[in-house]
Ligand binder design. Structure first.
Ligand code: SAH
Length: 270
């Protein structure tokens, strides 16, 4: 995005999926210049080593179900600090515009006459695939990928909830891989709904803490998604991948009991 022309602006910066070395040079530069930094809780603390010692760091994380900083407070704080002449960075996990309510923040800033600069980050869905060594777009298996939220349908949005049965049918028929964000607490629901239109042995992978030192992953079949997550004791933040493209992975090739729903592989990255 072209830098906003306004003198008063806020910079939305992607901190990447976890590994601080996945920061962009632009992100480092924005952090070095910031005087106020509002930080989401999925941001690796080492990322903040690029900030000036005197920069004011405000933790505004709001993980599902936990005590959270109200969204309206975050938005007002950004505007207040920017209008007071501060160089404000809003540091968000992954890419700043993928989920995480960035659209609402941009709309609010603009409604208050505050410009918005954007600095890309590596989104966790892509980091999850890369850490498995998976090409999401392997041309013999996949025409592309769909980034989709697995968050509960009760979450308040202006659009109708996802029809997972229809999405599964489309993904299966069109050879698209599902890259599901925020799907851990709803894994059983997602599994049940997708099984209405996808074969039970459709390959799945779950990658928790992609790119971090405590990264874990498992491979299996759709019919065992919830069980595998439960057995491996995996939780958020994690990405669930669904689709035949996972068959390109070497680990899957050595997996001959996929249809028996008992395969579970949880491994630490290092
Ligand atoms: N803007 C972020 C996504 C925010 S939504 C991005 O681009 O990555 C939060 C969800 O992202 C989490 O529930 C989880 O599904 C996913 N996520 C974030 N960091 C992750 C990580 N290191 N490993 C796996 N999933 C991650």
């Amino acid at each position: 995005m072209t830098p906003a022309p306004q003198a008063v602006f806020v910079t939305l910066v992607g901190a990447g999926p976890g590994d601080p070395e996945l920061l962009t040079l632009k992100a480092v530069k924005a952090l070095q210049q910031a005087t106020v930094i509002l930080v989401d809780d999925l941001v690796h603390p080492d990322v903040l080593q690029h900030a000036k010692p005197q920069a004011r760091i405000v933790q505004v994380g709001k993980r599902g179900g936990c005590q959270s900083t109200p969204q309206a407070f975050i938005e007002k704080l950004m505007v207040q600090e920017a209008l007071a002449g501060e160089n404000v960075v809003r540091l968000k996990g992954g890419d700043p515009l993928i989920f995480g309510r960035a659209g609402e923040e941009i709309a609010y800033l603009q409604s208050q006459g505050v410009g918005v600069n954007i600095v890309n980050g590596v989104t966790s869905g892509l980091a999850a695939a890369d850490t498995l060594g998976l090409s999401l777009t392997h041309r013999n298996f996949s025409h592309g990928a769909v980034m989709v939220t697995g968050h509960s349908p009760s979450s308040q949005t202006d659009i109708t909830p996802i029809d997972w049965e229809m999405l599964g049918r489309t993904a299966h028929a069109c050879h698209l891989t599902l890259v599901i964000y925020m799907g851990m607490t709803t894994a059983q629901e997602l599994q049940n709904a997708l099984l209405k239109s996808m074969p039970p042995n459709t390959p799945i992978a779950v990658v928790q803490n992609a790119s971090k030192s405590n990264q874990r992953s498992l491979l299996g079949s759709l019919s065992a998604l919830h069980t595998l997550i439960h057995e491996a004791g995996m939780g958020s933040p994690a990405i669930v991948l669904v689709g035949d493209v996972l068959l390109t992975l070497h680990d899957f090739k050595s997996l001959n009991n996929l249809s028996h729903e008992i395969y579970s592989m949880a491994r630490a990255a290092n």
